[in-house]
Design a protein around this ligand. Structure first.
Ligand code: SF4
Length: 759
């Protein structure tokens, strides 16, 4: 029988700390998976549901965006994928009675963990102006309330339409279509907070903001550099791919301020050998200083240029632009300062260089450790410089591999969820639907928060996600959200954003990825695009958690009809009935989706075109792959301060907290912990187990404090600390963003640690 949600809260945050682990997965992962799944779904449902995850006739994991291998295992999921599925397929329910028992003022005091553990939302819920309790409301009334507010705005640009990366291609395409027919490009999305820096850098340098690597390329590479990423927790099935690449002869360099168990050894539960002995993954661990990655790749590039015959002259000559200016800048790099910025030794750089020079097919994989800094875009450009120098783009086993965090975050962007849409996309939309879409750029996440703070945006609509917890500068963001006239969340489960509301609020419960989607045209499936540009179908198989749920496409279509009325010539009703009609339109508007319905009928799905990978053609401003020559930047640290990176625990997926443990790092039953290098702690007088407040320092002079963190002496890089978000998002200033991409700089926050004011 599935277990009851935790009653008491705050669930005791009393962290117990043990030695970090040096291997990921294995038997413990199976144990944890089954325990958490059974607690949410019971035994029978656990078996039924987990055996359908990532299967060709099943549903796509609502966790990360790691691709499916050609050959699917019976159990084609990881521990964290199982947790994501269990939370969605849980037997726990949040009914109108729950809201009757828990006023918003109470929900606002609850931890994210407790809120998420309450279960699936069952009914549309409305919080009237001045009220403190959500009450059930019919769907039609809900759409009326939204229409009232939207049509009452002075401008469509006073509305914000946020998207979280779980939204399917069909729902995302319809959502952007509605927002644009309504008259705005205010389409902030979670990508603004994660890989926007990757998109900005790659669009400029290779002409497409997506990775150029497919799974087969990983298996063929002879050198894989994994930088600023923790696959063991955030993309666990990537460890299987790295294990296979190693067995094919690849070598792996890991670049990270933190040693992570998953990159040390992977105990693959799919094989007895793997389960017990496992495979060592990393050949060279470069414990980089936070924000030192651009400096590292600049030094490698400098040494490649100084090594006879190391540059692929033929490729550089034929396919690139800007080589001379870049080479001059790289050769001029000051060794001492640049090396200091890395926090590494010359010997480590030389060892990395020897592995680079021995490689014929190199791939660089990265995640938030590279994208959430002020200088993230120049850092990723430098990674591209590194790959271009030796022709490692556009041939098997080589290329760029930004690893996406959310299951369809890349698909949403492809479908037009972007506040700065390309004119060609808007032209195609206008041609297909016969209305003039807005051309002015909209708000991304950070600008959307400012707009609400400054009363320029009055209606906030979110398709999934947990906006207030995912965003930086928590106090500013929550205050801004409370200034809205109406906040609406399309959600599957309860989260903090439901307790931080505008003057009035709506919660619209929707189907999960695991659930059957019956529409007028029969049973429907949706599609997603993974991190490597593979598009495939996802079919829910479970009965919906409530008869009151609507699918995301149905919600958008009904809202559009209610708001746009008779004037709209868009066939919203037809789209709601049969998603194949939506795919037919996608095929005519979005490049690469020709014959969409026929091609997605193939259980393996299809790969979207990628000109640099497929033809070594670079659709950039110069028509070539662009070298760039940005000055090397790195975070400077005042005396007695530390550089903090915010990160996930192993029991967490974005802002969803599955549990209070982070077992690979040796932490149990607590989240308010700060990992500090023992030498730094000694110099700062911070005993292991003592409590401290984290105070961030930013040029606006505002004091941002996160109180009551247990100090954990941990082998981080010197000067670098780490703590979990969303608890430490309060420390990240709204204006502390990456240049060009405007992504919050959550990975390099200057903090001082003060005597705790709470413990
Ligand atoms: S690796 Fe990612 S997509 Fe695959 S099962 Fe795990 S969480 Fe889900």
């Amino acid at each position: 029988m599935a277990g009851k949600p935790p009653q008491s809260d705050p669930v005791q945050d009393a962290p117990q700390v043990a030695e970090p682990k040096h291997a990921a997965a294995g038997l413990p992962a199976i144990g944890h998976t089954l325990r958490i799944a059974q607690r949410q779904m019971g035994v029978k449902r656990t078996a039924l549901t987990l055996l359908r995850v990532n299967q060709k006739d099943g549903f796509d994991c609502p966790g990360c965006a790691w691709p499916e291998p050609e050959h699917r295992h019976t159990a084609e999921f990881c521990e964290n994928g199982a947790k994501a599925v269990a939370e969605e397929a849980t037997l726990r329910r949040v009914t109108p009675d729950f809201f009757a028992a828990h006023p918003v003022s109470d929900l606002a005091t609850r931890s994210g963990y407790w809120l998420g553990q309450q279960g699936r939302l069952t009914h549309p819920m409305y919080l009237a102006e001045g009220a403190d309790r959500y009450e059930a409301v019919p769907w039609e009334r809900a759409f009326d309330i939204i229409a009232e507010e939207l049509t009452g705005l002075d401008s469509p640009d006073e509305a914000l339409f946020y998207t979280s990366g779980r939204t399917s291609n069909e729902a995302a395409f319809l959502y952007q279509l509605f927002a644009r027919e309504f008259g705005t490009n205010n389409l902030p999305d979670c990508s603004n907070m994660c890989h926007e820096s990757s998109g900005s850098a790659l669009n400029e340098t290779i002409g497409i903001g997506k990775g150029s690597v497919l799974l087969d390329d990983l298996y063929q590479a002879d050198l894989i550099i994994v930088a600023g990423q923790n696959p063991g927790t955030n993309h666990p099935r990537m460890l299987s791919a790295l294990e296979k690449a190693k067995s094919n002869g690849a070598r792996i360099i890991t670049v990270n301020p933190l040693p992570e168990a998953g990159m040390e050894r992977f105990k693959n539960p799919q094989t007895p050998q793997g389960m017990f002995k496992g495979a060592a993954l990393t050949d060279l661990f470069l414990q980089i200083r936070i924000g030192g990655d651009q400096a590292l790749f600049r030094l490698l590039n400098k040494l490649i240029l100084e090594t006879e015959g190391a540059v692929d002259e033929a490729f550089v000559g034929e396919h690139t632009h800007g080589y001379e200016e870049f080479a001059e800048a790289a050769r001029a790099a000051d060794w001492d300062e640049t090396l200091t910025a890395t926090g590494l030794t010359r010997a480590q750089i030389d060892e990395a260089l020897s592995m680079v020079l021995a490689s014929k097919r190199t791939i660089v994989c990265w995640a938030m450790g590279l994208t959430q800094h002020k200088h993230s875009v120049p850092t990723i450009r430098e990674v591209v410089n590194f790959l271009l120098l030796r022709g490692n783009i556009g041939r098997p086993g080589a290329g760029v591999c930004p690893v996406r965090g959310h299951s369809n975050v890349q698909g949403d962007r492809t479908m037009g969820i972007f506040e700065r849409p390309a004119p060609a996309f808007l032209d195609a939309l206008e041609k297909e639907f016969g209305f003039a879409p807005p051309r002015g750029h909209g708000y991304d996440v950070v600008r959307a928060i400012r707009a609400m703070r400054d009363d320029k945006a009055k209606v906030f609509f979110a398709m999934g996600g947990n906006f207030v917890s995912a965003s930086p500068d928590t106090e500013v963001t929550e205050a801004a959200m409370r200034r809205a006239r109406l906040t609406v969340h399309v959600s599957t489960k309860l989260n903090r954003s439901h307790a931080v509301t505008g003057a009035r609020a709506l919660i619209l419960p929707t189907l999960g990825r695991t659930e059957r989607d019956l529409q007028g045209g029969g049973e429907q499936f949706v599609t997603v695009e993974d991190s490597m540009g593979m598009v495939h179908a996802s079919r829910g198989r479970l009965d919906p958690a409530s008869t009151q749920l609507l699918s995301e496409p149905a919600i958008v279509c009904r809202l559009a009809r209610r708001v746009l009325g008779e004037d709209s010539r868009t066939p919203w009703e037809e789209f709601e009935k049969d998603y194949a009609t939506v795919r037919d339109r996608i095929a005519r508007v979005v490049p690469g989706f020709d014959d969409f319905n026929a091609r997605v009928a193939d259980p393996a799905g299809f790969a979207l075109p990628h000109a640099p990978r497929d033809e070594r053609r670079f659709p950039t401003a110069t028509g070539k792959a662009n070298f760039t020559a940005a000055p090397v930047e790195y975070p400077k640290l005042p005396e007695g301060r530390l550089l903090l990176q915010t990160l996930r625990s192993h029991d967490q997926y974005n802002t969803t907290i599955y549990g209070l443990d982070d077992r690979y790092r040796g932490i149990k039953n607590g989240r308010r912990v700060v990992l500090v290098n023992p030498e730094d702690a000694r110099e700062l007088g911070l005993a292991d187990g003592s409590y401290t407040d984290l105070v961030s320092e930013w040029k606006d002079g505002v004091e941002r404090r996160a109180a009551g963190f247990r100090v954990v002496h941990y082998p981080t890089a010197r000067g670098c600390a780490a703590a979990y978000y969303p608890e430490t998002n309060v420390l990240v200033p709204l204006d502390a963003t990456a240049d060009t991409s405007n992504t919050p700089a959550s990975k390099s926050v200057v903090v001082r640690l003060e005597q705790s004011t709470t413990n």
